[in-house]
Design a protein around this ligand. Structure first.
Ligand code: PLP
Length: 429
């Protein structure tokens, strides 16, 4: 291990320089190289330890280097990493069965990413919107898709077309036609925009990138009723909030009705890239060979890893842990909100928590990193917490202690800057 650390230290400056020179500059990255992780901690190339409350942006549900996952990857990578979807493999069927059982859905398609699962959902919605017994033509009046304001569904063309934030959309216009955005949780707006030409309503059950906003039960119920009435589809994007993060398998399981399509990805294969579309039988009945496909989705090794991920959730009370730790975390942050008035609101469920500030969140993220805590900020003002589902009560306490220090330190320096600004302003007069 010492030897590996030494080598990594040596390669780090070169790795950074190569990245600067050869990568497309799509990310504003921190000048940090992380080299390994263990449980809920990650380590940078200098050996500094960080409590990981970002979790690879909601991916590392079982943390890092979970022994069961490591074991399955070792075993299966020595057997078959990839075969082909022209054949069956040992794990795809059993994984589809397990996902159907825990979701209440009927059929599964495996993709490589969240965005690709969303693309598939959009295609299935358009496919389903056509009359079952008439020839397919280019014309299709029932092509309208309703998405929500502040939504985020991914970076591919269809996904970006149903993503509300302008900076993600505008550079690529014109986008997929027929998309309209409904005000968040606003039933009247949904009703006014719904008509017989809508083929789908798509929503994140809890919005992630938009700032951790749960869809209300009343809004869900109305969207469900309208889509049923018009034989349109209700699509739940559970890519960030699904598969255990809320303490339930799926965030929509707190409602009394199911969606028609569900998109999942992030934690599904414990860090390996795997997404899935979960569909009702009525939709599956419209699908025939050749209508959709992918090269990589659902390979043997990745499906074996996903099965192991779901087995660990089942067998080791991980869901109950996520719910209990989420409650502790929330209670601790609410206490801090009483002490720091610039905390405007604490939102979320289980281990998907947003702390909305009245001020820019980026200095808090930077200070947390200085103090060995990884968090991020979404929508400028909302600090987002997405720790692993296996986090312990002790680590929740550790987080709360560092977070309090961060809030105190940044607010003090903000106050000092403000005092200096006022002093300069007074002196200038
Ligand atoms: C709710 C939601 N949908 C879709 C996506 C896109 O997933 P991916 O980045 O795997 O394409 C994300 C990613 O952050 C997401 O949070």
């Amino acid at each position: 291990m010492k030897h590996a650390a030494k080598i990594r230290k040596k390669v780090t400056p070169a790795a950074l320089a190569d990245a600067e020179k050869f990568l497309l500059p799509t990310y504003k990255r921190q000048p940090l190289v992380f080299t390994r992780g263990r449980g809920t901690y990650v380590f940078d190339s200098n050996g500094k330890r960080y409590l990981d409350f970002l979790g690879g942006i909601a991916v590392n549900g079982l943390g890092h280097a979970h022994p069961n996952i490591v074991k399955v990857i070792r075993r299966e990578s020595a057997r078959a990493i990839h075969l082909s979807n022209l054949f069956h493999n040992e794990f795809q069927g059993p994984l589809a069965k397990k996902l159907a059982e825990i979701s209440g859905m009927d059929r599964v398609f495996f993709s490589n990413s969240g965005a690709e699962a969303i693309e598939g959902c959009l295609k299935l919605a358009r496919l389903y919107s056509r009359p079952a017994d008439a020839p397919i033509t280019f014309a299709n009046p029932r092509h309208r898709i309703l998405a929500l304001e502040h939504s985020f569904h991914g970076r591919t063309f269809g996904a970006v077309s149903i993503t509300a934030t302008e900076k993600y959309r505008l550079p690529f216009a014109p986008l997929v036609p027929g998309v309209e955005f409904v005000k968040f949780n606003n039933i009247a707006d949904l009703e006014s925009k719904f008509d017989k030409n809508v083929c789908a309503v798509i929503l994140e059950t809890i919005q992630g990138e938009g700032g951790i906003h749960p869809v209300s039960e009343a809004f869900w119920n109305r969207a469900r009723a309208l889509t049923r009435q018009h034989d349109a589809l209700l699509i739940a994007d559970e890519i960030q909030c699904g598969l255990g993060r809320t303490g339930r398998y799926f965030a929509y399981q707190k409602f009394s009705s199911k969606p028609d399509l569900v998109a999942v990805a992030k934690p599904l294969a414990a860090g390996l890239p795997l997404g899935a579309i979960l569909a009702s039988e009525a939709i599956a009945a419209r699908v025939s060979p050749g209508v959709h496909g992918t090269t990589f989705g659902g390979g043997p090794m990745i499906c074996a890893v996903a099965l192991e991920f779901l087995k660990v959730l089942d067998k080791t009370k991980v869901l109950a842990n996520a719910a209990a730790r989420g409650t502790e975390l929330r209670a601790g942050i609410e206490k801090l909100a009483a002490k720091f008035p610039f905390i405007k609101e604490v939102r979320g469920e289980g281990l998907m928590i947003g702390v909305e500030l009245a001020v820019d969140g980026s200095p808090f993220v930077a200070e947390a990193m200085n103090r060995g805590l990884l968090i991020n900020c979404t929508h400028e003002f909302t600090l987002r917490l997405l720790p692993a589902f296996i986090i312990t009560a002790k680590q929740v306490k550790e987080f709360l202690q560092i977070f309090e220090e961060v809030l105190g330190h940044v607010s003090k320096s903000m106050a000092a800057t403000e005092t200096a600004r006022l002093a300069a302003h007074t002196a200038a007069r």
